[in-house]
Design a protein. Structure first.
Length: 459
């Protein structure tokens, strides 16, 4: 079976656009020229809806799914309203270094003909050179991560005195517990009145409540109901035992030769070990996670952009908000604990109307998690059979574990082939291909195994 052939057929829904030209949104000529040169023909829905209230000076809370051009949605008005004579007049806060660079470069691209200077500031880069550049350039717009922004502020390099506008990109992350205190400190230092624009792909009630504390009668914009869906991504899950995941991934990468694949793992450790394993088996692979030196991270993102990589194994933190076109496949090697993270991950593919495939490795105990993801994403994720792959034997330590420690009775088995689903069916209807290695279970799971399906693997 050639999985990769299906990828174009599925893509019907395109990035939603509305038929208003950029020039009708009230943006100045120089900004519109930059937009035209970037090749954007029409504003996306979020851009069309959010730009007018931002230009009117309102506080705005905007939600639109990943890949819908939220950067330009706040970047264009900042360029339009910018005053070249005022340094540090607007602050755009983002959660990661990569995103700081990306947002800055998008603003520079769109602002080519507009005399507004933008500069990214983020940790990991030598402080002295960043300060030197900052003082020389006196940027009007600052795109920064909270830590480095506070650092430059505390050193007296970055003054908040002129800040008139603050953007929180990926606001759900920025007001999440990890950054909440930093944001409180930074925003607390900004003189009022100031304009606040917060955007994200997902905004929970809690985040909205927190956001409103900073905002004055904000306009809330939610583009398309169920904005959490990333529908043009062809999503599938593959049932796999934890100990078979490496082999399955290697198999998929070798047999299917995807273009550009982003593989997500939960921890930095897994990222490193998996990348090493793939490398040893002849796959050209790079890893991307928060503990890597910044120069290395930058070089990988650069290579990713120029299309010089084929497989990147990443942690969530490093890949958040990353906009790289041409990612054909996202593989969730580890399913994320938080369903929202799933949405962010798969949003790395199918950018700006392109097609994309997302596969998730799901082990027997992750059925509930997969269901939670489906509920949030408002989509049914079908199982992908992969009969070409032969699972390995159950490792001895796992077998011993299974003998010793029966799982609780209600432990779900593989989702689609859970005990009830299978045993209610007539034997003749059972598709042997549904079972890894072609082994069709021949009876209900034994009680002594606590409901865990017995297989003949490894005998
Ligand atoms: P988001 O922040 O919503 O995830 P980005 O701002 O990263 O999305 O934009 C996703 C991609 O869409 C980028 O490559 C960007 O250059 C492109 N893009 C943005 N606006 C438009 C537009 N109006 N027309 C075409 N492409 C666009
Ligand atoms: Mg974004």
């Amino acid at each position: 079976m050639r999985l990769f052939e299906s990828k174009t057929a599925q893509m019907t829904e395109q990035t939603q656009t509305v038929h208003t030209p950029f020039s009708d949104l009230g943006l100045r000529g120089s900004v519109c020229r930059g937009v035209a040169e970037a090749g954007y023909e029409q504003p996306t829905e979020i851009q069309a809806q959010i730009i007018p209230p931002i230009l009117a000076g309102k506080d705005v809370l905007g939600q639109a799914r990943t890949g819908t051009g939220k950067t330009a949605a706040f970047g264009l008005p900042l360029l339009h309203m910018g005053d070249p004579k005022i340094p540090s007049q607007a602050l755009i806060l983002v959660p990661t270094r990569e995103l700081a660079m990306q947002v800055d470069s998008e603003i520079k691209k769109l602002g080519r003909y507009t005399p507004i200077r933008s500069q990214p500031i983020y940790g990991g880069q030598r402080l002295s050179s960043q300060i030197g550049e900052f003082e020389k350039k006196q940027p009007n717009l600052i795109v920064g991560t909270p830590g480095r922004v506070m650092d430059l502020h505390n050193r007296g390099v970055l003054s908040y005195a002129n800040i008139k506008r603050v953007v929180l990109d990926e606001v759900d992350r920025m007001l999440d517990i990890g950054f909440r205190e930093d944001i409180r400190k930074i925003l607390g230092g900004v003189k009022r009145p100031a304009q606040f624009v917060f955007v994200s792909a997902t905004i929970t009630e809690e985040i909205e409540t927190l956001s409103r504390k900073y905002m004055d009668d904000p306009v809330k914009i939610v583009t398309s109901e169920g904005a959490l869906t990333v529908r043009q991504v062809d999503q599938k899950y593959i049932s796999v035992a934890p100990w078979d995941k490496r082999a399955l991934l290697l198999h998929l990468l070798k047999h299917e030769e995807p273009d550009l694949t982003l593989v997500f793992c939960r921890t930095k450790d897994t990222v490193d070990r998996l990348a090493q394993h793939l490398g040893k088996h002849g796959i050209e692979v790079h890893s991307l996670h928060g503990d890597m030196p910044q120069s290395k991270r930058n070089s990988i993102v650069r290579k990713l952009r120029s299309g010089h990589l084929s497989v990147v194994v990443a942690s969530d933190l490093a890949a958040r908000g990353l906009d790289v076109s041409g990612i054909s496949h996202v593989i969730n090697y580890d399913l994320p604990e938080d369903p929202e993270v799933y949405i962010h991950r798969i949003g790395r593919t199918a950018r700006a109307g392109q097609s994309g495939v997302a596969w998730s490795f799901v082990s027997a105990d992750q059925g509930k998690l997969l269901t939670a993801i489906e509920l949030l994403a408002n989509i049914e994720i079908a199982e992908l059979d992969y009969p070409d792959f032969t699972p390995g034997p159950i490792p001895e330590d796992k077998r011993a574990e299974m003998r010793k420690e029966p799982l609780p009775d209600d432990t779900p088995n593989s989702r689609a082939s859970g005990p009830e689903a299978v045993w209610e069916k007539n034997e003749d209807n059972i598709d042997p291909e549904k079972f890894p290695g072609g082994v069709v279970p021949s009876g209900p799971p034994k009680r002594r195994l606590g409901g865990r399906m017995k297989t003949r693997r490894g005998r």
